[in-house]
Structures are given as structure tokens and as C-alpha cells.
Ligand binder design. Structure first.
Ligand code: ZN
Length: 235
């Protein structure tokens, strides 16, 4: 039989079930053990292709080919390692990638809005059932993504707990407007064109004094080949 065909898989160390850098003794010992199992003469566990792979790995790693193979292995491993590390590391999107969809003010300007207009009504009028859009580039969806979403909050006055009409800290208003950055991370697998996510904002409250204006925030992902220079707010 011929054993000159380069076999799959390419990781010869895996074939021999030994770590990279194993000694010749270890290679031989593992080969002897595995060859008993996979030799075609073995009627139960024998496998010609496995035997062939095994033999090729053994020959390469105990012969003159090992030096070259190890050099290639190291190079590939380093390349894979860097790639994998990069892919695990999330991209933090610039704030310009977060845009609020047609809001209450704009609807009001268009005469579509009255006070107390709710999301349900907005959906009915505009067909928009999300609060904001996150724009992503195609080249970014190979990594997890972190988006920082600025949200308006109402913060209860800590001096009077919102209950003293003569409180000097809040001028008796009980609370004041503030803003909080909501940091949300999307795993790679979630980065799907057009997907809408709903975040329960009560889980993001930094403390019991801070109240978000909404209970849920709906976020839609749009994936583009290129990001237009100035994303329009009309969607
Ligand atoms: Zn106060």
C-alpha cells in the first residue's frame, strides 16, 4: 500500500494524541498504542484511513520532516491564536452608530403626535416598533459588539427623597433630569441583520434613585456594507 498521500487532518499531533513538542519516545509510545487499535487487521476497531493518517503522522514527526512541520505548526498556531484573541475581544462602537428612531418630537412636528402618545400608537402610525437603531459594518460582525446608548433618566433627589417641597437641593421638584449611558454587549451570534432586541431597563438601573423613562428599550440592528457618512434620523 502507498502511504504517500497527504492525509487529513493536518494536525499530526492531534492524530497521535500527543501535545506539540512531545519527545520522540512519547511519539513512538503513542503510535504503538494507537496502531494496535486502528490497524486494518483489527476486525473491530481497524480503519485503513485512520491507520494511514497515524502512520503518516508518525513518519513525519519521527523523521527529517519534523523540523519543517513544527515551524509551520508554530506559525499557523500563532496566526490562529491572534485571530481568535481578536475575535473574542469586543468592538466598542462609536456613539454615532446609535441613532434614535423617529421620536415623539418629530412625530409631533408632523402632526402625528399628541401628548401621551404611546409606543403602541407609534407602531400603528409609523410601523416602527423599536426605539433605536445600531448601525454595524459587515466587517464588524465577526466580533462581539459593545454599544453605549445614552438615555435620559429621572433621578430622585437624595437630599429629600423627593418629598420636601422646600428642599434646596432640588428646588422642591423632588427629582431632576440626568443621563445614563447604557452599555450593552451583543455576542457575535446575535449580530443578525434586522434583528430587534428588547432590553428590560429595570435590570440596568444603577441605583434605586435612577428611573428610566421607559420600561423596555427596543433596539434594531442594521448591518451595512459601508456606513453612510451621516445617517439620517428618518427610518
Ligand atoms: Zn430634594
Amino acid at each position: 500500500m502507498s502511504l504517500s498521500i497527504p492525509p487529513e487532518p493536518s494536525n499530526l499531533y492531534e492524530v497521535l494524541e500527543i501535545p506539540f513538542g512531545a519527545t520522540t519516545e512519547e511519539i513512538k509510545s503513542s503510535f504503538r498504542h494507537l496502531v494496535k487499535q486502528f490497524h486494518p487487521d483489527n476486525p473491530i476497531t481497524g480503519s485503513y484511513s485512520k491507520f494511514q493518517n497515524l502512520y503518516f503522522a508518525y513518519q513525519t514527526l519521527t523523521g527529517e520532516g519534523r523540523k519543517r512541520y513544527d515551524e509551520e505548526f508554530r506559525k499557523n498556531y500563532a496566526r490562529e491564536f491572534v485571530k481568535r484573541k481578536l475575535e473574542e475581544h469586543p468592538i466598542v462602537l462609536p456613539v454615532s452608530r446609535v441613532r434614535f428612531t423617529t421620536g415623539i418630537l418629530e412625530l409631533a412636528k408632523r402632526g402625528l403626535m399628541r401628548k401621551g402618545f404611546r409606543n403602541k400608537d407609534r407602531r400603528k402610525v409609523t410601523g416602527i416598533d423599536y426605539d433605536l437603531i445600531i448601525d454595524l459594518k459587515e466587517s464588524e460582525i465577526i466580533r462581539p459588539v459593545i454599544a453605549v446608548i445614552p438615555l435620559t433618566v429621572r433621578i430622585v433627589c437624595r437630599d429629600c427623597m423627593g418629598s420636601d417641597p422646600h428642599c434646596p437641593a432640588c428646588n422642591g421638584r423632588g427629582s431632576y433630569k440626568g443621563s445614563r449611558n447604557l452599555k450593552v454587549e451583543f455576542p457575535k451570534s446575535a449580530l443578525v441583520q434586522g434583528k430587534v432586541f428588547e432590553f428590560d431597563l429595570s435590570k440596568f438601573r444603577p441605583d434605586s434613585f435612577t428611573h428610566f423613562k421607559k420600561k423596555f428599550l427596543r433596539v434594531k440592528l442594521l448591518i451595512h456594507k459601508n456606513i453612510p457618512l451621516r445617517a439620517k434620523s428618518t427610518v
